[in-house]
Design a protein around this ligand. Structure first.
Ligand code: G6P
Length: 609
């Protein structure tokens, strides 16, 4: 949610900041701004509503010069997207950018107004910059003023600030919102995601909860929440893994859909033996913990929640281990009892989703045996705060609508299922079958992607519709949920999903020629049941769009459109059937002319509650 980038250098920084914003734009894109200390020592800033490109045009017309600056791309929480509400916010000689939410902003605003501060924006952020300004007047030291300020803040923040009275430095602080320092030679940087800085460095230091830091061109100093100077590990990132580039694809989303065979191949490498999964891939601590587990609680948000729903079918159905799944925003405020020997599993692409992190924090106080994060970002807060982790290895995912992160999550969760099932209901022979199915997955996905043109053709039937229904049964129900989510996220068509058996308990009333019905119908044990549900739709003149395989025996007819997928083992079918639904939403969105990679009102990484 929102992106921060800052630079202190011995060269002009506006180009670096602008490129950083472009790379962060997937996190928020309703307005953007930049503040720089100019050669005469004054703070100059530019802000624009809309995408970073609009700010970039403004900077071309009216450039900013200077060697110290901060910039921000915003996803509005407090106050509409407007120039006034865009960051950086200013108070006297100080400029500040902020991610997160200050919960006591109303009270702080009143206090500051009494002190004579005049607020220009509706944001919670403006209270922080005035507060720093207020303390700076007495302290005459930015670090001291920042320290006093954050003691007054309730809520979450990742923030960075500059002060023209102390040029050549950026101060920053994090609590509940990620920040990373990028280390250069004679220049240093700050950002909310290392991706923003990959064009200038490959060496990063991740700030931890409660850290405050000061960066100058030559050094950086980090203090922990007790204000003790600390040193944090430097992480070197493989520059080849930089995928913040669309390549030849029209959109990141399409590129990421097509990357699925290769990222899944990569995520399997080193994890599968010829007949067994390699437990060592989960680290030496995992085996003794997992062998004692007798139930699982999964918590996640959005697409990651759907991955958890699929995993429930696997963990209960294959491993024979009871498993509950809940969205993090509900879990964190609910009362319940924790059973002995329960593993707490979080699933998150970013590892920074505020609700998921809060759920983990709560879980740690509740007596779970251990926590395990299924995550795509190795340096994320979620991974750092969990006992165990399973990385999804999808590489950076830029499209707001999650695609390759979801299918790699499923692969990791199947791996976890086997790891748990070994001590419960999965025999050696079954493990061998699952390993062989996983090995066949990349090629089957490539075959599925080859159906792209047929799916593109099918999309024409959706572009003028206002509603769509997605049906599935068993582990394909969450796949249908994910298909519906993709369609609503990027094409703005209202889409709902139902377990097909529920059709007659309500949604059947909606079925008519204007309501396309998508059925996820592989040739599995529930096929005959699903066929009856499909007939219920046909009998009411519904338009059906069925994803199935040859052996299922569906015949194309009026009102019955069929895409035939390659045949696969039941266990990996949810991963394969996800892909055509991603392509369907993509092509519908193209026909509707929506912003595929940055759909309205959404953000990639939801770091506020
Ligand atoms: C946002 C994104 C979704 C994502 C969800 C959870 O809503 O737009 O694509 O599924 O957050 O994010 P996480 O990073 O925790 O998987």
């Amino acid at each position: 949610m929102c992106g921060i980038v800052g630079a202190v250098a011995q060269r002009e920084v506006s180009g670096i900041l602008l490129e950083g914003l472009r790379r962060l734009e997937y996190r928020g894109y309703d307005s953007a701004g930049m503040a720089i200390i100019d050669p005469s020592g004054d703070i100059q800033n530019r802000k624009r509503v809309g995408k970073v490109q609009i700010l970039s045009e403004e900077l071309l017309a009216s450039p900013l010069q200077g060697r110290v600056g901060i910039a921000h791309t915003r996803w509005a929480t407090h106050g509409q997207p407007s120039e006034i509400n865009a960051h950086p916010h200013l108070s006297g000689d100080i400029a500040l950018v902020h991610n997160g939410i200050i919960e006591n902003h109303a009270e702080l605003r009143l206090r500051l107004e009494k002190l004579g501060y005049v607020f220009l924006s509706q944001t919670d952020t403006e209270t922080i910059v005035h507060l720093i300004h207020h303390y700076y007047k007495d302290q005459k030291n930015m670090m001291a003023a920042l320290k006093l300020t954050i003691a007054d803040l309730h809520g979450a923040y990742g923030l960075a600030l500059i002060n023209s009275a102390e040029p050549e430095r950026i101060l920053c602080a994090r609590k509940g919102s990620p920040l990373v320092i990028g280390i250069g030679i004679g220049e240093n940087f700050i950002a909310s995601d290392q991706l923003a800085l990959r064009q200038v460095t490959d060496r990063f230091v991740y700030l931890e909860e409660g850290d405050i830091a000061e960066i100058t061109p030559d050094e950086y100093t980090i203090y922990n929440s007790e204000f003790e100077q600390v040193s944090r590990e430097i992480t070197q990132i493989d520059t080849a893994a930089d995928s913040a580039d669309k390549g030849n694809y029209r959109h990141f989303m399409l590129k990421e859909i097509y990357e699925q065979p290769s990222v899944i191949r990569r995520s399997l490498a080193g994890r599968l033996g010829s007949k067994k999964i390699l437990m060592e891939a989960m680290g030496s601590r995992a085996a003794p913990i997992l062998e004692k587990i007798s139930s699982v609680q999964i918590v996640a948000c959005g697409t990651s929640y759907h991955a958890g729903m699929v995993a429930k079918y696997w963990i209960e159905g294959l491993a024979g281990v009871p498993c509950r799944v809940e969205v993090a925003s509900e879990f964190r405020y609910r009362k319940f009892k924790v059973q002995d020997n329960t593993l707490f599993v979080t699933i998150s692409q970013s590892g920074e989703t505020a609700d998921t992190l809060a759920a983990l924090k709560l879980a740690k106080t509740l007596g779970y045996s251990a926590s395990l994060a299924v995550c795509n970002v190795a340096q994320s807060s979620l991974v750092r705060e969990s006992d165990l982790y399973l990385m999804t290895e999808a590489g950076p995912e830029i499209g707001v609508a999650s695609t390759k992160a979801f299918t790699t999550q499923l692969v990791a969760l199947l791996f976890l299922t086997v790891a748990l099932g070994r001590h419960h209901d999965i025999s050696e022979a079954q493990e061998e079958e699952i390993v062989s199915a996983l090995n066949s997955l990349p090629d089957l996905l490539t075959e599925t992607l080859a159906l792209n043109l047929d799916i593109k053709e099918m999309a024409n039937a959706f572009a003028d519709k206002h509603h769509a229904l997605f049906l599935g049964r068993g582990a394909q129900w969450p796949v249908a949920m994910e298909g519906a989510l993709k369609l609503k996220e990027i094409s703005y068509i209202h889409a709902e999903s139902y377990p097909a058996g529920e059709l007659k308990h309500g949604p059947l009333a909606l079925v008519d020629a204007d309501m396309p019905v998508v059925a996820v119908a592989p040739n599995d044990l529930l096929l005959e049941k699903l066929k009856s549900n499909i007939e219920e739709v046909q009998a009411r003149g519904g338009q059906l769009f069925v994803f199935s395989d040859k052996a299922a025996g569906f015949k194309a007819a009026k009102g019955m459109n069929i895409i035939e997928l390659p045949h696969s083992s039941d266990v990996i079918a949810p991963i394969i059937y996800t892909v055509p639904l991603q392509l369907l939403s993509y092509h519908v969105a193209i026909l509707k002319g929506t912003d595929v990679d940055q759909p309205r009102n959404l953000a990639k990484s939801v770091t506020v509650e």
